[in-house]
Write a protein that binds this ligand. Structure first.
Ligand SMILES: Cc1ncc(COP(=O)(O)O)c(C=O)c1O
Length: 439
């Protein structure tokens, strides 16, 4: 069983088996080389086969492969990484890091921390989580309950109670307005209306991705996140930034929320934290949340303990890989490269849009980009999925040695942050040709 896959389809269309990787390239079992326009799964941000990360993992392996963070023990790489994450997020005011094994688990920790925060803050009725439609926060039941994509939810309903979604500020597809600023204002207002509808005293947190990823790379209007922070503040609601994709440079800033100048209360990381060399997730909390957990009172010992953890919380190999990875991100200033090369990418994709009647929309920020294909550009009518329009383009891109992701006729492009303009040209030229051939 493969993730998000139909076994019957895969029996007829065997998956491409990737055997090797070097920088921005990967190689399949037959030795064919591909430019990795998706950075694995928007996570291999520093590229494949980095010697400094391999060295850090091997050196750690020589010292210690595993020791637990449970039961009053710890290990050095996890301690060092927590400090490093708090240094990097100083501007956002993060104070502590809790480790897990990936993005979904890091989201679960965020929800539990938020809920427990309110118990400790003497408002135990604040248990509800509000999120956005089109959101993707992972697949565990809590993360999925916060998710806003029907296709991932429908087979598993009913999901957890107490999760609610409001409209996402999607400029290309919304029933309200084509004016981005008006849309940003309206969607923040819809969030506020939902908080009031639920009863502000029952809402623990609002969670969102700074740029929605799997939902189709939805870049919110510039006023949306600042207005969201104001709405949360007005009603005392915690703000959780799901930085699993946007963290560590992808959209051209070190963190997604920083692009909008917003300080969340919790930040959730995975993927780019160590470029996928070893699975890792992290949930960070600011001083407001931390304060609730701080008390010497013996009577409150259990109430203030965070009764949650995974065997692999703070896995030494994952944390050692993260420390080496974050050094590369900073030393090579990959967020700036993502901003510069991402703008060039966006411009080139907008340029080919003029030549293809089936490109409905081109959008993105930094090296997080999407091209949405439609049957009719005027009405934005999507293709009937049975036409396999995007799938056929994807096959041709693969033939041309370029890997980009096709999610229901929206191509998601998210290469390593080390991409150059020359790499962009290779991807865009192949994609341009592939679309032309299928059109
Ligand atoms: C924004 C976001 N949050 C959470 C997750 C879940 O992460 P994982 O797949 O590591 O569980 C993802 C995965 O793509 C994601 O894109």
């Amino acid at each position: 069983m493969y993730p998000f896959a139909n076994v019957n389809f895969l029996a007829k269309n065997p998956p491409l088996c990737i055997e090797g990787g070097d920088g921005v390239y990967v190689v399949d079992r037959q030795g064919k080389r591909y430019l990795d326009g998706q950075a694995g799964l928007w996570n291999v941000n520093v590229g494949h086969g980095r010697p400094e990360i391999k060295r850090a993992i091997v050196e750690q392996l020589d010292r210690l492969s595993f020791y637990s963070l449970f039961g009053n023990t710890t290990n050095s790489p996890s301690v060092a990484l927590a400090a490093e994450l708090c240094r990097l997020t100083e501007q956002e005011g993060m104070r502590r890091a809790f480790f897990s094994s990936g993005g979904s688990e890091a989201m679960e920790a965020a929800f539990k921390l938020a809920k427990q925060y309110w118990r400790l803050a003497d408002e135990p009725a604040r248990t509800k989580i509000i999120s956005l439609r089109r959101a993707y926060h992972g697949v565990t039941l809590g993360a999925l309950s916060a998710g806003g994509m029907t296709v991932y939810r429908e087979q598993f309903e009913p999901l957890l109670p107490g999760f609610f979604q409001v409209e996402s500020p999607h400029v290309y597809r919304n029933p309200f307005t084509s004016d981005p600023i008006e849309l940003g204002r309206l969607c923040a207002e819809l969030l506020e209306r939902e908080i009031l509808h639920q009863g502000a005293g029952s809402v623990a947190a609002f969670v969102a991705e700074p740029v929605q990823g799997a939902g189709g790379v939805v870049v919110p209007p510039s006023n949306f996140w600042p207005l969201v922070r104001q709405v949360c503040d007005r009603h005392n609601v915690l703000l959780i930034s799901d930085e699993v994709v946007t963290g560590f440079g992808r959209i051209g800033n070190m963190f997604g929320c920083r692009a909008w100048g917003v300080k969340p209360d919790l930040m959730v990381f995975a993927k780019g934290i160590n470029s996928g060399y070893v699975p890792l997730g992290a949930t960070l909390i600011n001083a407001r949340v931390e304060k609730a957990f701080l008390s010497d009172d013996k009577a409150q010992f259990t109430a203030r303990a965070f009764m949650h953890g995974n065997t692999y919380s703070g896995h030494p190999l994952a944390c050692a890989a993260a420390l080496a990875n974050l050094r590369v991100v900073e030393e090579e200033d990959l967020p700036s490269n993502a901003a510069k090369v991402g703008q060039y990418f966006l411009d080139r994709l907008k340029d080919i849009q003029t030549r293809h009647r089936n490109i409905g929309d081109v959008r993105g920020k930094g090296l997080m980009l999407a091209v949405e294909l439609v049957a009719d550009r005027k009405t934005k009518k999507p293709f009937d999925l049975s036409e396999d329009f995007g799938a056929r383009i994807w096959e041709r891109c693969v033939e041309k040695g370029v890997l980009i992701r096709n999610l229901a006729d929206t191509f998601i492009i998210s290469p390593p942050l080390t991409f150059t303009k020359e790499h962009v040209d290779i991807v865009v030229d192949a994609f341009d040709e592939a679309i032309g051939e299928v059109e």
